[in-house]
Design a protein around this ligand. Structure first.
Ligand code: NAG
Ligand code: NAG
Length: 265
């Protein structure tokens, strides 16, 4: 790429072997989704005054969209540009809707979605099944699921990563299926990535992969990747050890997600 380096990329290494299973019926992600996600490299850097190039702002996502669309990544299938945590304002608006931080996303999320669509890309956003996101921003507790799903659809978002900080296992068992229904009810096809299994140890009997395949397009099974080879290897080892459980769970529209891989170019 032009500046010499693609800081981090999301590449879903979902199993190649697929079996015939029922998938979430939104027509999306028949092949494993590919694109870019902000978290691994840019975390919750919100200091746009001191660090304007790396802070979580619309500029970062526009820059990445330009790289994906101008440097050949889109043609290879890297079409998702995904916002992670720390995008929102600390307060909901007067109608109770999530809203982006007004200084860092002055154009709003819909404008960013249109920027992606104009270039043949897709925009992903981040929410959290719980009272707060992992970074302490407003979460989506059970009573906010419908309004947040509708807000994302109104913004023309294409994918939701639904994290699981600040909720217990009972709330998660209710909230993840409810969000799936709420996204469907908006009428907009929105890819649904569930962090649920990662919060339940990733394995049966706590995790029901049959159910996950029916409600989510994609799920994080295991911990976050970190910026080290040890971290990459620990994830590879875990997927290797548990492949007999994980392989049958995957298929068109329903994928295991080992998290991003780090690509330095
Ligand atoms: C909602 O679910 C129905 C039934 O599974 C499916 O036919 C429809 O395409 C879904 N719509 C969206 C927007 O996901
Ligand atoms: C897992 O989920 C499926 C589909 O929702 C359900 O039919 C099945 O009973 C569940 N299995 C267990 C062990 O709870």
């Amino acid at each position: 790429m032009r500046n010499g380096r693609m800081p981090s990329a999301l590449l879903v290494l979902a199993s190649v072997l697929t079996v015939t299973t029922v998938a979430l019926d939104n027509g999306l992600m028949r092949t494993p989704p590919m694109g870019w996600l902000a978290w691994e490299r840019f975390r919750c850097d919100i200091d746009c005054e001191q660090d304007p190039k790396n802070c979580i702002s619309e500029k970062l996502f526009i820059d990445m969209a330009d790289r994906l669309s101008e440097d050949g990544w889109r043609e290879l299938g890297y079409v998702y540009v995904n916002i992670d945590d720390c995008w929102s304002s600390m307060e909901r608006d007067k109608q109770g809707r999530l809203q982006p931080d007004p200084k860092r996303f002055p154009g709003g999320i819909q404008k960013l979605a249109r920027y992606m669509h104009d270039r043949g890309l897709k925009l992903g956003i981040y929410g959290d099944m719980g009272t707060h996101t992992c970074g302490g921003y407003p979460g989506t507790p059970l009573d906010k699921i419908k309004i947040d799903a509708q807000t994302f659809a109104d913004w023309e978002v294409d994918m939701l990563k639904f994290d699981g900080c600040y909720s217990n296992s009972i709330e998660q068992a209710q909230g993840y299926p409810l969000m799936s229904k709420a996204l469907n009810a908006t009428g907009r096809p929105i890819g649904y990535s569930c962090s649920w299994p990662a919060y339940q140890g990733g394995l049966p009997p706590k995790v029901n992969y049959t159910q996950l395949g029916e409600i989510c397009n994609l799920w994080r099974n295991y911990g976050d990747i970190q910026d080290s080879w040890d971290s990459v290897m620990s994830i590879v080892d875990w997927f290797f050890e548990n492949q007999d459980v994980l392989t049958p769970a995957a298929g068109p529209g329903r994928w295991n997600d080992p998290d991003m891989v780090i690509i330095i170019i």
